[in-house]
Design a protein around this ligand. Structure first.
Ligand SMILES: NC(=O)C1=CN([C@@H]2O[C@H](COP(=O)(O)OP(=O)(O)OC[C@H]3O[C@@H](n4cnc5c(N)ncnc54)[C@H](O)[C@@H]3O)[C@@H](O)[C@H]2O)C=CC1
Ligand SMILES: NCC(=O)COP(=O)(O)O
Length: 367
């Protein structure tokens, strides 16, 4: 059977199909293709999920060959055996793609893959999108000015209500870390201004909806970070906590009594309890069900310290499921056979689990 035939067959799904996942190749010059080939060699993934790679078949093959001869010791899926939705690219663009270097051509390619995956998902052909990493700078060089993939996904979905949630299950204790970023890809100096009570409410609403619907929690604890050192030390080191966050939190507590909202927690110590829950399980009841970080690095430094190899970037609020590994394109190691695919595997598994939960909530069953 040809690749395109095998892809088309995915669309005639039996009533109880396995989760159908569109897996975008990401930037073809980065480690996306390699972590995809490593993840799809895992029988737990090939058995449980119906995965279609959305990208360029020949670029995937080129990456496969390069990784094979690199001395890589980890099993790799052979692209010949995968279902691939081959996205046509101009020859000129293809010829300029160089593994290890992000540029306008690799940005144009990764943008086209994501657009294509979204279009097919919106037609109902996939239950979820899993994206390999792209480089925002390569998108910009190609003429696409987006802060990241999340914003393109939101724009194509016609929504401005979405959030970036990181989810990771501890390999030491099985505890689940969830961290939503209130703001994402903006300069640090803009954070205090962007962080309005309206924005915080939008993000908290999304987080609670997601905990209830996707993770089955009806109540629990959410920890909300302060912005300034020591949460402002009662206004002595910044006034955002006193003037904005505390009054906002008071209102939110009235609105949702089933959720305990702790905050604003001094940002340095907020991560002590989740750290213990992650590594040892000691006092894990003190850890929250989810954390709301006010800016990118406030959340992602601790998340990546604990879970760089396995955290999953999950877009919440979209009409479909989207997950992604937490790492980037890692051009510095692309094609060398040393990229770790654990986070990609976790992203695929979480997308599949979330798809099953959504079908169950509608009274259905997924295989
Ligand atoms: N989901 C996405 O599309 C994401 C994209 N990015 C983009 O990636 C590009 C590079 O970003 P960086 O900040 O350098 O982060 P990065 O995650 O690509 O790399 C940081 C360091 O971690 C290493 N690394 C990353 N993933 C690895 C893996 N799976 N196995 C082994 N080592 C790994 C890299 O070699 C590098 O030393 C940027 O353009 C950024 O915008 C960054 C994060 C997420
Ligand atoms: N730091 C997270 C990140 O860069 C992912 O962005 P996106 O491309 O998923 O929007």
């Amino acid at each position: 059977m040809s690749q395109s035939q095998s892809h088309q067959n995915n669309f005639i799904s039996p009533p109880q199909h396995r989760p159908r996942l569109a897996l975008t190749l990401g930037d073809p010059a980065g480690i996306g293709p390699e972590v995809i080939l490593k993840a799809l060699a895992d029988p737990q993934i090939s058995k449980n999920f119906d995965v279609t790679v959305v990208g360029s078949q020949d670029l995937l093959l080129e990456n496969y060959t390069k990784v094979l001869v690199s001395g890589n010791l980890v099993p790799l899926a052979n692209p010949e055996n995968l279902s691939i939705l081959d996205v046509a690219l101009e020859e000129q663009i293809k010829s300029e793609i160089l593994i290890g270097t992000g540029n306008a051509a690799s940005g144009a390619a990764s943008f086209a893959y994501l657009e294509r995956a979204i279009a097919h998902t919106q037609k109902g052909e996939f239950d979820a999108i899993v994206t390999a990493p792209i480089a925002k700078s390569a998108w910009k060089a190609a003429g696409y000015d987006y802060p990241g993939q999340t914003e393109l996904l939101a724009e194509k979905s016609g929504t401005d209500r979405y959030g970036m949630l990181f989810v990771a299950r501890s390999p030491h204790t099985d505890w689940t870390l969830r961290c939503l970023l209130a703001t994402t890809h903006i300069p640090l100096c803009q954070v205090p201004e962007v962080l309005t009570p309206e924005l915080l409410t939008k993000k908290l609403d999304l987080l609670v909806e997601c905990l209830e619907k996707d993770f089955g929690l009806e109540s629990g604890k959410i920890a909300i970070a302060g912005l300034n050192p020591h949460s402002g030390e009662q206004g002595q080191i910044g006034r955002e906590e006193q003037e904005k966050i505390l009054p906002w939190l008071e209102q939110e507590r009235q609105k949702r009594p089933q959720w305990r909202l702790d905050g604003p927690i001094p940002p340095d110590t907020m991560w002590v309890d989740p750290g213990k829950a992650w590594y040892s399980g000691v006092d894990s009841t003190k850890a929250a069900d989810a954390y709301l970080a006010l800016y990118h690095d406030q959340g992602l430094i601790p998340v990546k310290l604990m879970a760089f190899d396995r955290a999953v970037n999950t877009s919440i609020g979209l009409p479909f499921i989207r997950t992604s590994p937490d790492h980037g394109t890692a051009f510095n190691i692309a094609g060398q056979g040393i990229a770790d695919a654990t986070s990609m595997k976790a992203a695929i598994k979480l997308a599949g689990e979330l798809a099953r939960v959504r079908v169950q909530r509608r009274g259905g069953v997924m295989g």
